[in-house]
Design a protein around this ligand. Structure first.
Ligand SMILES: Cc1cc2nc3c(=O)[nH]c(=O)nc-3n(C[C@H](O)[C@H](O)[C@H](O)COP(=O)(O)O)c2cc1C
Ligand code: SF4
Ligand code: SF4
Length: 245
């Protein structure tokens, strides 16, 4: 089984390709009931995006609460997708699973287009295609390790733990939904409400309202809005939208 969380499709794409290679099922953690049942000799792949060199809050909460029923010989691997530096995201999954008595066998990361548009520009389509061209070779490398059931830390874009931990402190303040706002071109389609993984949005009088103080800040609402009406702070409007093709 390959499980994933994804705001804009990068991690979903990687999870689907890994599942195809290992002939496994693929599931979003947002569609799961909090249990994972694995048969003898199966793989468990966990694919997540990197947030501030760490794990998204929704992934942390899922892994803290999930019940995993499996035998000792299940091979567990984690892949963190990132825009350039995954820091400690992949390894943090290992730490969270260790608390449940499960051992991650291998850690990986994959560089994908960066969807953190408060900083990065998603308008440069040539650059995005250039990055996406490297998706398949990076997955092929990981598939080789996984099919051989190799153990190890194969993360290529890591940061020392202390540095990543310090940078990750910026995630909590960034999660405040007060950074998000809707502009007048909103057409009231409800896509943002329907897809928010933490149910932080409700449509009221035809417009989204953020009903939680904090969300996991996947930016899915901003990037998927057909009217590009949702913005985060002041910079995202000039940086465009990104969704994995
Ligand atoms: C809140 C947030 C924080 C991010 N922090 C990082 C980061 O620390 N390092 C990095 O390389 N990319 C970072 N990114 C970029 C994403 O990790 C990257 O684009 C990822 O592939 C998105 O996956 P998804 O499309 O499955 O949501 C961040 C994105 C978001 C939304
Ligand atoms: S997805 Fe965009 S257009 Fe649709 S309701 Fe949300 S903000 Fe409005
Ligand atoms: S409100 Fe938007 S950014 Fe926050 S979790 Fe929901 S979809 Fe993601």
């Amino acid at each position: 089984m390959v499980i994933y969380f994804s705001g804009t499709g990068n991690s979903k794409s990687v999870a689907m390709q890994m599942a195809k290679a290992t002939k496994d099922n693929v599931k979003s953690i947002t569609d799961m009931d909090g249990t994972i049942n694995l048969q003898q000799g199966e793989y468990l792949g966990i694919v997540i995006p990197t947030y501030f060199y760490w794990v998204p809050s929704v992934v942390k909460e899922f892994l803290e609460n999930v019940k995993i029923e499996c035998s000792e010989d299940v091979y567990i691997y984690c892949i963190a997708t990132c825009g350039g530096t995954s820091g400690q995201a992949s390894q943090m999954v290992g730490k969270l699973l260790k608390k449940k008595g499960k051992c991650v066998n291998a850690y990986f990361d994959i560089v994908m287009p960066d969807n953190w548009t408060p900083m990065f520009n998603a308008n440069n389509l040539e650059e995005i295609s250039r990055v996406l061209e490297k998706e398949k070779p990076q997955i092929d490398r990981i598939v080789e390790h996984v099919l051989r059931k190799e153990n190890g830390n194969f993360v290529k874009h890591k940061l020392p733990f202390t540095l990543a931990k310090m940078a990750s402190l910026l995630y909590e303040p960034s999660r405040k939904t007060s950074h998000l706002h809707v502009e007048s071109q909103c057409v009231g389609c409800g896509i943002c409400e329907k897809n928010c993984p933490v149910k932080a949005i409700e449509i009221r009088d035809g417009k989204p309202v953020w009903v939680k103080d904090k969300c996991t800040m996947c930016l899915g609402c901003l990037h998927r809005c057909p009217a590009f009406a949702i913005q985060y702070g002041k910079n995202t409007k000039k940086h465009g939208q990104y969704n994995h093709p």
